[in-house]
Design a protein around this ligand. Structure first.
Ligand code: DC
Length: 233
């Protein structure tokens, strides 16, 4: 009988290229890629559109009401060869990646009632195994028993530079300083929040990609995943 695929947790700091490598790993292994950050971004977009975030403060009563009604969708785009995000059936991939959502998402992701619902959905999505799930709390909270865990990081300057390039290529008008400030602020909030803070669990393999190419990184990670898969009962 064919063994069930593994659950691979990819956690780490923002803008470390987690989703880029996770997508490549998923394609190479025939696994499903799940971008949990996109789920927090979708909730943030919904809250912003409904006027439930003002000056960084969330209207909890309002958000608790709309949260269970949000329909999360991830569709694979054959042409672009990537998953794209939908909210209530609407294509929101571009909208959730902009600076305004990025500026509010950490506040939304720190809310325990938001995390509770999304963690439940993430566990459900990975029920069949064979998934690469990227986020902040996958190895610590969502799947503490995941067979393979990675913790990705890179220096804040390297990450800000990559993100700045990505945003300006898409035509967003931002300065490098704004992007670096956003990267550092998100690190701080992610690491210091009370619920499910970003931590490197002891059994996670550390990947610092400040000086690595994507190919080198993918090769290293694939080797680790394959050897864990083979050594599993
Ligand atoms: O990976 P990303 O930058 O798209 O994530 C967006 C935000 O969501 C980020 O500030 C951290 C938060 N997040 C989280 O708290 N837990 C996750 N599992 C994934 C993302």
């Amino acid at each position: 009988m064919k063994k069930k695929g593994l659950i691979v947790a990819v956690d780490g700091h923002s803008s470390t290229g987690k989703s880029t490598v996770s997508k490549i790993l998923a394609a190479r292994l025939g696994y499903t890629y799940i971008d949990t950050g996109a789920m927090y971004r979708i909730v943030t977009l919904k809250a912003m559109r409904d006027g439930l975030i003002r000056d960084g403060k969330v209207d909890d009563e309002g958000l608790k009401r709309v949260l269970p009604t949000i329909v999360f969708g991830f569709k694979y785009d054959e042409g672009k060869r990537r998953y794209e995000s939908y909210m209530d059936g609407e294509y929101v991939e571009a909208a959730i990646r902009g600076m305004d959502v990025s500026g509010n998402v950490s506040v939304v992701a720190a809310l325990p009632y938001v995390r509770e619902l999304l963690v439940e959905k993430q566990r459900e999505m990975a029920r069949e195994g064979g998934v690469i799930m990227d986020g902040r709390d996958i190895g610590s909270v969502v799947f503490p028993n995941a067979e393979v865990k990675f913790f990705m990081t890179a220096s804040p300057e390297v990450r800000a530079e990559r993100r700045y390039k990505e945003l300006t290529e898409k035509g967003e008008r931002v300065t490098y300083e704004e992007v670096e400030a956003n990267v550092r602020k998100r690190d701080y909030i992610d690491e210091h929040r009370e619920t499910a803070p970003l931590v490197r669990v002891p059994d996670a393999v550390l990947i610092d990609n400040s000086d690595m190419t994507v190919e080198e990184e993918v090769e290293k990670m694939i080797q680790i995943i394959r050897s864990r898969y083979e050594s599993r009962d």
